[in-house]
Write a protein that binds this ligand. Structure first.
Ligand SMILES: [Zn+2]
Length: 104
């Protein structure tokens, strides 16, 4: 592995680590408690109970998202798994299919 490649990797890792740390702090905040109090997933709108909600970055850290209040949403395990494994385009399609289901 070249030195350039390695240093490039560590810069990104450091940013992501710092943002994860911020997210952890926000997860303990009153703001997050209020956001999860209803127990509703931000994506599929199902009520799963607040203890089944995880914190999700709407724009993932790896794609330049940050741990800011407008980029963090409560997300059920199913959506979380789906989002992590799906390509951005597949996730778009999933979101569209949810919207269709809601309007039926
Ligand atoms: Zn969901």
């Amino acid at each position: 592995m070249s030195a350039d490649f390695y240093s490039l990797g560590t810069v990104d890792e450091a940013v992501i680590r710092a943002e994860r740390h911020k997210a952890r702090a926000l997860r303990k905040s009153r703001w997050w408690q209020q956001k999860t109090a209803s127990g509703t997933c931000w994506y599929c709108h199902r009520r799963v109970g607040y203890h089944n909600l995880t914190m999700d970055h709407v724009i993932p850290l790896a794609r330049g998202g940050r741990s800011t209040r407008d980029n963090l949403v409560p997300c059920c395990r199913e959506c979380n798994t789906k989002k992590k494994s799906a390509l951005p385009i597949e996730w778009e399609e999933y979101m569209q299919s949810l919207q269709q289901r809601h309007s039926e």
